[in-house]
Write a protein that binds this ligand. Structure first.
Ligand SMILES: [Zn+2]
Length: 347
């Protein structure tokens, strides 16, 4: 098999067209049993530049296009490292169809060690989909992913972990989109085969002409099977999270019958189909003995916010009984930030 490495520009006019043509030609070619590694260069009108690394693994023959995105948030390391290891481990001769992997979508966030935002334009890549070809550098990244990756995909998996301050329970999530029932049932089946113990479904309430904002919500809006992995916490690189993510992806590929059976043990699944969010009503220091995965009971105190002297400003009460999906895991909190997200089972 062959491995090719290219750098292409995705800027204006013909250069953008060249990148599109190149990616499309690789996806549509009969060049099976090959791996392509391409850097797509991006430049905005402010002079900010970045690049997007894209690996395209073409298997033995035509089949589904399965896309995997990591590094939308550059401080979330387990998905980034898992994506890189998947590029190394998925051999074209064990694959049917095509796997596209973007290991680090937001290189500026990654190399500057900036949580959530791209420091070049201070935008959160996961709040601006579908992006804008004429926008700033982060908007152009989103536009590239929407038009060049999602548009060519059958399945789109966006991988995140707890950012620098986020304590997080590992979970799989998808949108309960009743207007696209077939795609929703496929996303649910992929979640169930992942090996993750917790599966979260979010309500899907946007119209087709509203901005999706989130990467995998964009895929869902565009009629693609979209879902997301959340694994890893507090900006750390835990090897067990990397292993868990890679196993989940391989299990999903196996379900689509495009990759050999991954070894997995049977996992009991807990479905959390509703969420409630506790917002910070004050800026201050958040103190809580609880961690992600802990069960909380409605009406009980789960923490407090102190002022800078350590005096209590307010106690935080659980508004529902459920499991902490994620919470702020470091002391500082700002007004209106989500302190805690509780996942619940509702019928
Ligand atoms: Zn993230």
């Amino acid at each position: 098999m062959r491995i090719t490495i290219f750098t292409l520009c995705f800027m204006f006019g013909n250069l953008a067209l060249n990148a599109q043509v190149r990616l499309k030609s690789i996806l549509e070619s009969d060049d099976w049993l090959s791996t392509h590694k391409i850097q797509f260069d991006i430049r905005d009108n402010n002079g900010d530049t970045t690049s997007i690394p894209v690996a395209i693994i073409k298997g033995k023959k035509k089949g589904p296009v399965f896309s995997i995105l990591a590094g939308v948030h550059g401080f979330e390391y387990p998905p980034i490292i898992a994506a890189q290891e998947l590029i190394q481990e998925i051999s074209p001769d064990s694959l049917i169809g095509t796997v596209i992997i973007i290991p680090i979508a937001n290189l500026s966030s990654f190399y500057s060690r900036t949580p959530f935002l791209n420091p070049q334009d201070n935008l959160n890549l996961n709040r601006i989909f579908p992006g804008n070809i004429n926008g700033s550098v982060t908007e152009k990244i989103a536009h590239f992913i929407t038009t060049e990756i999602i548009a060519h995909s059958d399945v789109f998996v966006d991988m995140h972990g707890g950012d620098a301050n986020e304590d997080l329970l590992p979970f799989l999530c998808y949108y309960n989109n009743t207007t696209k029932a077939i795609q929703t049932s496929k996303a649910k089946a992929l979640s169930e085969t992942s090996g993750f113990e917790y599966i979260v479904s979010y309500p899907y309430t946007i119209k087709d002409d509203e901005p999706a904002k989130y990467a995998f919500k964009q895929a869902v809006q565009d009629g693609i099977v979209g879902l997301s992995i959340e694994c890893g916490k507090l900006g750390n690189l835990h090897q067990n999270a990397v292993v868990k993510i890679k196993s989940a992806v391989k299990n999903m590929l196996t379900l689509y019958e495009i990759y050999p059976q991954n070894h997995k043990s049977k996992t009991a699944v807990t479905y959390l189909n509703e969420q409630t969010y506790i917002k910070a009503e004050h800026q201050g220091i958040f103190v809580s003995d609880l961690v992600a995965g802990d069960r909380v009971v409605k009406g009980t105190i789960i923490g407090q916010i102190n002022n800078e002297f350590g005096d209590k400003i307010i106690e935080i009460m659980a508004p529902e009984t459920g499991i902490i999906l994620y919470k702020i895991g470091t002391p500082p909190v700002n007004l209106n930030e989500t302190l805690v997200c509780i996942g619940m089972v509702k019928n």
